[in-house]
Write a protein that binds this ligand. Structure first.
Ligand code: NAD
Length: 333
């Protein structure tokens, strides 16, 4: 990893992948960014990278994508926020083909190191049924009872990485991301996660002069949210480390969804009237990241405060929402 080699970022047209490509280019790598979406739907297209449209669930396309590369980061998955993963379980599980074929292709191509983006959704639901959470530590993953669909796929794919390391000597690194947010991600359409959805709802309330916003659940469920810059920094640190066991990569700043709404509202200068939708998807009752292991092994953990990260995120989402409204008004004029 000391010499700057050729890096493949699978899912480079997505939220985290797009930011990772920017970071790797800035660090001097030759980057090949690969995604199934047409280029005009990528969240970011970096001209310094080779940008390739391919379906990485196909073994042939995975082989073509990693040919000649030194390192692979797999951030490609068919996923979204809780509304998506509760309703599209089979679709989420089919991402197993992406990781399986990328691992097979990487082994055949002699890839030096492979990164897999796992998730806090691998942790057993029974440890997350109260808002007063015990933060999730890595060893709590077993005995396993992950989030149905998406979580099982992530846990299986983690183990696949482990066994490719043990059986085939392919070095792998695995991070369990806890809710990542920031600019250049999904903010509408059904795959968006809570921070982007709340930013959008607050922006719409301001633009439409209607201060009532809908919140999924009673708003007392707890979560931690990691800013994208911390996520990318953590990915790079974990990839360059000698840690071949899964590591939590998340913030440990725990908030209720009501507190998240308050922070966004404070940034936007709005006093919203919240309408709580008790029958909407809510996921687990409480979840936080135990960062003991990452602190001990890397001497680092995510530190960006929610107030700072959400200020950046809200500004970006507000512009997206107002541009979308302006375009719609232009079409009607
Ligand atoms: P994203 O949806 O923005 O990016 C994923 C990208 O993968 C998309 O651009 C999608 O088009 C691409 N993709 C899907 N199927 C593909 C295929 N067959 N071939 C090639 N590309 C394909 O999601 P993200 O938030 O950037 O997440 C990146 C990774 O991190 C995913 O594995 C996700 O499960 C994981 N993760 C994300 C979060 C989070 O909060 N965002 C939390 C936990 C884990």
């Amino acid at each position: 990893m000391s010499s700057r080699g050729i890096v493949v970022v699978a899912g480079g047209g997505g939220f985290i992948g797009g930011h990772l490509v920017a970071r790797l280019l800035a660090d001097g790598y030759h980057v090949s960014s690969v995604d199934i979406k047409p280029l005009d739907e990528w969240f970011q297209v970096h001209t310094g990278a080779e940008n390739r449209v391919a379906d990485l669930s196909s073994l042939a396309e995975a082989r073509a994508a990693v040919a000649g590369a030194d390192v692979v980061y797999n951030l490609a998955a068919d996923m979204g926020g809780i509304g998506f993963i509760e309703n599209f379980k089979a679709q989420c599980m089919l991402s197993v083909l992406i990781n399986t074929h990328l691992l097979l292709a990487s082994r055949a191509a002699g890839i030096q190191r492979y990164f897999y983006a796992s998730s806090a959704c691998i942790y057993p639901a029974g440890r997350q049924d109260s808002p007063e959470v015990v933060p999730l530590a890595e060893q709590m993953a077993y005995p396993a009872m992950p989030e149905d669909g998406y979580g099982w796929e992530k846990l299986f794919s983690e183990r696949m990485c482990r066994h490719f390391t043990e059986d085939f000597a392919l070095p792998t690194r695995v991070a369990r991301f806890h809710n990542v947010y920031g600019p250049h991600g999904t903010w509408r359409g059904g795959r968006e996660k809570a921070p982007a959805a709340i930013c959008r709802k607050v922006a719409e309330a301001i633009l439409l002069d209607n201060s009532t916003i809908d919140i999924w659940g009673d708003g007392l469920q707890t979560r931690s949210f990691m800013y994208i810059e911390d996520c990318v920094e953590g990915i790079v640190r974990i990839m360059n480390s000698d840690i071949d066991e899964p590591l939590n990569l998340g913030s440990s700043e725990l908030v209720t969804i009501r507190q998240l709404v308050d922070i966004v509202s404070g940034i936007a200068g709005l006093q919203p009237n919240c309408r709580y939708q008790l029958d909407a998807p809510q996921g687990v009752r409480g979840r936080n990241s135990d960062n003991t292991l990452i602190r001990a092994r890397l001497g680092w953990e995510p530190t960006t405060s929610l107030v700072d990260g959400l200020a950046e995120t809200y500004a970006w989402v507000y512009k997206e929402v107002s541009d979308a409204y302006a375009a719609r008004v232009g079409q009607c004029a």
